[in-house]
Design a binder for this molecule. Sequence first.
Ligand code: DX5
Ligand code: ZN
Length: 219
Amino acid sequence: MTKTKIAPSLLAADFGNLQRDVEMVNQSEADWHHIDIMDGVFVPNISYGMPVLKTIQKHATKPLDVHLMIVDPNRYIKTFAELGASVLSVHYEACNHLHRSLQAIKAEGMKAGVAINPHTSISLLEDTIKDIDVVCLMSVNPGFGGQSFIENTYEKVRSLKELINNKRAKTLIEIDGGVTSRNAKALVNAGADILVAGSFVFKSDNPTKTIHELKKITG
Ligand code: DX5
Ligand code: ZN
């Protein structure tokens, strides 16, 4: 089995020291930079947009994992490809034609991700799972960092893993929201491949060490 990837979410970074925090991730054992884009419509919060992402891209040396919490994400697929995204995730709930969006993301050379809200059933991915590179399972309601983990997520990870195996898909499972050293191992045991961690990393005394601990726990 491949090693669990850790993707620190820059939403919890210190924006006054963005370069420093991006470089901390570069030099740490983290695998991806997780980038949360919120539009104030799909979710009740606005995070940051293209100019900030451009700065992140300038300093980042690891793949950019971009999580779009925006309505009508098709409008910006090309833009995020130009901004250096390696993985681009759109929300299931924001796409009328999910299959088309996935093809458009891949046509731009990125890995195609689908994020699903806590209320969205895994079974809705049955017909697209083979086209999805990464499913981002939201373990909080999207919009804010620092929320507590929804326990029902474990069950969803297990049924998603079952769906992936049944369909012989190669999809990776990413968990986003409320990840800490307390739930990391259980999530991996349930089938998670990538763990996003915002507050737990950036609000800790030593973020580099916290990333190391998450890597160690998850093997
Ligand atoms: C929530 C975002 C998450 C968030 C995670 O809407 O998608 O990526 O930054 O933050 P924590 O780890 O603090 O829950
Ligand atoms: Zn996210």
